[in-house]
Design a protein around this ligand. Sequence first.
Ligand code: PLP
Length: 401
Amino acid sequence: VSRFEGITMAPPDPILGVSEAFKADNHELKLNLGVGAYRTEELQPYVLDVVKKADKLLLEKGENREYLPIEGLAAFNKVTADLLFGADNPVIKQQRVATVQGLSGTGSLRLAAALIERYFPRGEVLISSPTWGNHKNIFNDAKVPWSEYRYYDPKTVGLDFEGMIADIKAAPEGSFILLHGCAHNPTGIDPTPEQWEIIADVIQEKNHIPFFDIAYQGFASGSLDADAASVRMFVARGMEVIAAQSYSKNLGLYAERIGAINVVCSSPDAAARVKSQLKRIARPMYSNPPVHGARIVANIVGDAALFKEWNAEMEMMAGRIKNVRHKLFDSLSSKDKSGKDWSFVLKQIGMFSFTGLNKAQCDNMTNKWHVYMTKDGRISLAGLSLAKCEYLAGAIIDSYH
Ligand code: PLP
């Protein structure tokens, strides 16, 4: 009998499990709208041309495969902070940002969670309801208590702004408020610039610490600067801010596991100390991060021509998703005879759309229509093509009514 007899079977991951079910389906019209990964109009994975070029240059340079320092590649850490905060941001000039290369967005969030667990024993994190499913796992495993603030209003399929503000106000002073920098996952609903200001007011009043998860910079609007506006506004107010970055989506580097954790501190001293402790947390966890993705990012951002090319490709990807969003809205509006207002689809931003479908309706989408999606009603528009919009609209309308 196995010594591991006491270990029960873990449930499939609610997001990655969808892809496994999709693979097992042989229906010709099947659609995978579960995972948030960009696909071409032909629904194929996409490697950016600029990444291929950077790869070729790296191969020619023939750099060694020595260990990186614990904090990661210096050239990457510099450009990643520049991209997020803006290269001429005073916090960078004043060396008030502790930046450590992490294992993409997830690993960077995990480092920050460990920092909170270690140095804020009464620290509590507030996350949006709903949020990306892995947030809860990350804080659970790091043993950081979390609770939720209201975010999604099912009546309007929009933002419950009053609920959000009330819950942030009611949180114990000095809580960490987890915010999606842009393109909220799973809802696709972002606060307006005016609403962001009010959120910052309340966070400041309550002495909370804003903790940004920004996994889609450049991917929401097509502009790196526009998508970082929320983070930059908080920093410009002089607040201390945590921000986790990912290059999975905007550079399509999913499997390279490249991202960073940034902690903006009120003094360079504090930043140096925070960085030293982040390194101390990383060392026994994974020792040091992988080099390849870091070199790709550093080379693309560090070269004016490649950087320009990246921006154009990002715009192209964001543009394709916007086109699909419009086509889906048009298909829903023209096919549906019930008079339902579908305009919420157009108000959402980024890779995802929240359809408002409940679990039973999502089951109908999959079982009857072979459309694979998470059970919260989220669909990834990045996995949809213009050609499939009519089919999807039919499936959604059938499932709704
Ligand atoms: N945060 C959010 C909100 C996400 O949607 C994702 C990816 O789906 C991530 C973080 C992290 O992704 P990765 O670990 O691939 O960077």
